[in-house]
Design a protein around this ligand. Sequence first.
Ligand SMILES: [Zn+2]
Length: 115
Amino acid sequence: MQHNQSLKCVPGLTAVHRTSLTGRRLAQRYVCAPLVEEIMMKCHICKSESTKELPTGDYEHVKCPDCGEYKIAGTVVEMAKSRNIDVPSTRVVLRRMRAAGDKIPIITSKEVKFQ
Ligand SMILES: [Zn+2]
């Protein structure tokens, strides 16, 4: 497997690449993102198109045009797969944490509000 130095590979995501040898589409278990270190995703709170930085530890660092910049714990991401996050009340929590001086608030299972 050759690695292009200008790309960073993110494990755990699935991307489809066309191989030059066979022209066949090949699913691989990682995606190569540009060095900007931001990949497109949907906001965990409101599902808007957002970007996230490469994962650091058990948090995702999300930049949503509507919710702003926040970090969300991996446990909450898991919980949000089976339950809907309450958008207005979670944004209120984010606003409160920012008002308290936390520029990039971290949403854990304590802060998140479900519908
Ligand atoms: Zn959002």
